[in-house]
Design a protein around this ligand. Structure first.
Ligand code: G3P
Ligand code: MG
Length: 229
């Protein structure tokens, strides 16, 4: 099973900060997941729509000035990073799953990935772009079809993995609360990978293994990496 460090190693460090991404690399995570919003012409790495849970700021992320966000404490004195800073830190040491959290993210993310691949020579398979906002994901795919995409779902769709196949996705990213064998098998029959979030407990890791899923998002990469198949 592929191990994705969820928002960095958020079980150990403040989520979506450079500390969390450094920890994920130190733990040997082969993939790192980051959440991205577009704010004031920049791409910022943060999960929630609002600032209160993870920072000392208030209000909606998308309504702020970039300079306001940059002066906030995102935990242990860490700043909210830009996507560029995160990519520079990872620097090819792990694959990057970029989750598009807000409309208007597809275009700047496509531009940044394209720059990394063309100018820095980063391989296209270094990236996986995902979103719950399927129109945004489709737009990204049209802009940069060489980059793999994952269709996120927070429930169990009536037609199982059909929604992801319609998007020409490479993977379904499913919520563990709605995972079952039919969903996994249907995804595989349609030629896609099946990744599950968020898988933190040893019993859950073993359960995902029995279901035959291809990868898991975890706050504790070391638990997945030490799991014996
Ligand atoms: O991409 C997996 C997972 O991160 C999706 O849910 O809410 O943690 O961004 P969320
Ligand atoms: Mg996410």
């Amino acid at each position: 099973m592929i191990c994705f460090a969820h928002r960095g190693a958020r079980g150990h460090e403040p989520e979506n900060t450079l500390r969390a991404f450094t920890k994920a690399l130190d733990l040997g995570a082969p993939w790192i997941e980051v959440d991205v919003y577009p704010v004031g012409g920049e791409l910022v790495v943060i999960h929630d729509l609002r600032l209160e849970r993870t920072t000392n700021g208030t209000g909606y992320v998308f309504e702020q000035e970039f300079s306001y966000l940059r002066n906030l404490d995102a935990g242990m004195g860490e700043k909210i990073p830009t996507l560029r800073e995160v990519l520079n830190l990872i620097d090819g040491q792990a694959g990057v799953n970029i989750e598009l959290k807000w409309p208007g993210t597809a275009e700047p993310v496509a531009k940044l990935i394209d720059t990394c691949c063309r100018e820095l020579g980063w391989p296209v398979d270094h990236f996986l772009v995902s979103s719950f906002i399927h129109a945004e994901l489709r737009h990204f795919h049209q802009l940069l079809p060489a980059i793999r995409i994952g269709a996120l779902t927070g429930d169990l769709p009536l037609n199982l993995a059909a929604f992801a196949e319609e998007l020409d996705a490479d993977a379904v990213h499913a919520n563990i609360e709605f995972v079952n064998q039919d969903f996994v098998d249907d995804t595989h029959r349609r030629g896609m990978q099946f990744y599950v979030y968020t898988v933190n407990y040893p019993e859950d890791i073993a359960w995902m293994d029995r279901l035959g899923v291809d990868g898991v998002f975890t706050d504790y990469p070391e638990r997945v990496l030490s799991y014996k198949l």
